[in-house]
Design a protein around this ligand. Structure first.
Ligand code: SF4
Ligand code: SF4
Ligand code: FES
Length: 356
C-alpha cells in the first residue's frame, strides 16, 4: 500500500504522507501560505479563511490547513483569484479590528500576524467599520488580559485550552458581530477551571490575549535568552524576553523543538518576578562564629562547605553524610549531586526530594 500522496503545488511536484493537508504539502516545498487559525497542536478548524488556495477541479477556494491532499491534485497558492480573495478578506478583518494611527492592526507590544498579512498582501476596498458591543467583563486575574477588539475569532485559544490543556475554561459566546471569547457565566478566569498556563496567549495570532505583567513592553526591544525552567525537573525550555536588563516575558520555543512542545505551566510562564526581587540571595552567605551571616565569594563558600563535609567524614565515616538535591534542579544538576555524593565522598546516601 502506498503511504504517500503526490500532488503539484504551484507547478512543483511534492510527495507527502497520506492524510497530509494541502498546507503541509506547500510547507514541505517551502511555499508560504498565510494562516491565522492554524496551529500544529490542535485539529484544523478552517475558520479564518486566510489560507484559502485554488485547487483545479474545485469550484470554491479551499482552506489549505484543512483540505486533505489527494493524488494528482493541482494546487495554486498565489493565483490572481487567491490574491484577490486575501485582499478582500483582510479588508473585512480591518473593518472589525482595532487599528493604529497608520490604519494597521495594532500590535499591543506583541507581534500581530494580521498586521503582517496586511503588510505582505495589501487590502482591498476599505469597508465600513463594524461597531459591535462586545463589552468584556473586568477580569481581575493577574496574568491573562483579553481585548475583544483585537480578536479575529480564530478560536485558537479555545481549541488550545480544550485540546492541549484539556481544561475548557474559555469558549466562543454570542452570535454575529457580537461573537467573542468568554467564560461560563462571564466569570473571571480564576473562578473557572483555568490553570493560568498562558497557552491561550501563546497561540493567539493577534495579541488579543496577552500577558498582563508584560503590557507596555515592546517585543521589538526584547532580547530572547534560552534557558531551562528551574521549577521542576522536567526540563522545559524557556525563552526569557529581556528588556533593558530585566526579564519582562517568558515564552516557550516553538512546538516540536523541545521537550515541552511549546507548552508551559503557570510557574514557568509567569513566576519570574523572583529573578529581580530585592530580597533574592545573589551571593553566598557564611555564618561566622558570632552566629551572624556575612557575604562571601563562591570559592570561599565552597571551601567552607567542603571542609565541613570532609570533617564529618573523617570523624564519623562517609555514611554519616547524606546528600539531598532539589526537584528544582535540572536532571544534569541532580546527576552531579549524586556523583558528588558517591564519587567524591564515598556514600550512597543521596536522594532527591521529588523521589519521595
Ligand atoms: S491560561 Fe491556559 S487554562 Fe487558562 S484559559 Fe488560557 S489556555 Fe485555558
Ligand atoms: S483571542 Fe486570539 S486566539 Fe482567541 S479567538 Fe481571539 S484572536 Fe483567536
Ligand atoms: S489557517 Fe486555514 S482557515 Fe485559518
Amino acid at each position: 500500500m502506498k503511504h504517500t500522496t503526490r500532488l503539484f503545488v504551484n507547478g512543483e511536484a511534492v510527495e507527502v504522507p497520506v492524510g497530509s493537508t494541502v498546507l503541509d504539502a506547500a510547507t514541505e516545498i517551502g511555499v508560504d501560505v498565510p494562516t491565522l487559525c492554524h496551529e500544529p497542536r490542535v485539529d484544523p478548524m478552517g475558520s479564518c479563511r486566510m489560507c484559502l488556495v485554488e485547487i483545479e477541479g474545485q469550484r470554491r477556494l479551499q482552506p489549505g490547513c484543512k483540505f486533505v491532499a489527494q493524488p494528482g491534485m493541482v494546487v495554486h497558492t498565489d493565483s490572481e483569484r487567491v490574491k484577490r480573495h486575501r485582499r478582500l478578506l483582510l479588508s473585512m478583518y480591518l473593518a472589525d479590528h482595532a487599528v493604529d494611527a497608520d490604519g494597521l492592526p495594532a500590535e499591543r507590544g506583541v507581534g500581530n500576524q494580521l498586521r503582517q498579512h496586511v503588510l505582505d498582501h495589501g487590502t482591498g476596498p476599505a469597508l465600513p467599520s463594524i461597531e459591535a458591543d462586545r463589552t468584556y467583563r473586568v477580569d481581575h486575574n493577574p496574568y491573562v488580559h483579553f481585548d475583544p477588539e483585537a480578536c479575529v475569532l480564530c478560536n485558537l485559544c479555545v481549541r488550545y485550552c480544550d485540546e492541549v490543556e484539556a481544561v475548557s475554561a474559555i469558549t466562543l459566546a454570542n452570535r454575529g458581530s457580537q461573537t467573542t471569547i468568554a467564560t461560563a457565566d462571564q466569570r473571571g478566569l480564576l473562578d473557572t477551571t483555568c490553570e493560568m498556563c498562558g497557552g491561550c496567549i501563546a497561540v493567539c495570532p493577534t495579541g488579543a490575549m496577552t500577558e498582563k505583567p508584560s503590557i507596555g513592553s515592546d517585543w521589538r526591544q526584547e532580547e530572547k535568552v534560552r534557558t531551562t525552567c528551574n521549577f521542576c525537573g522536567v526540563g522545559c525550555q524557556l525563552d526569557l524576553h529581556v528588556n533593558d536588563g530585566k526579564v519582562v516575558r517568558v515564552t516557550s520555543p516553538d512546538p516540536g523543538q523541545t521537550v515541552n512542545d511549546g507548552n508551559l505551566c503557570i510557574k514557568g510562564r509567569f513566576a519570574y518576578e523572583f529573578v529581580h526581587h530585592e530580597e533574592r540571595l545573589t551571593t553566598p552567605l557564611i555564618r561566622g562564629d558570632d552566629g551572624q551571616f556575612r557575604q562571601a565569594s563562591w570559592e570561599e563558600a565552597i571551601q567552607v562547605a567542603a571542609r565541613g563535609l570532609l570533617g564529618v567524614k573523617e570523624r564519623h565515616g562517609a555514611d554519616a553524610l547524606g546528600f539531598i538535591s532539589s526537584s528544582r534542579c535540572t536532571g544534569e544538576e541532580n546527576y552531579l549531586m549524586q556523583k558528588l555524593s558517591r564519587a567524591a565522598f564515598g556514600t550512597n546516601n543521596c536522594h532527591q526530594c521529588a523521589a519521595t
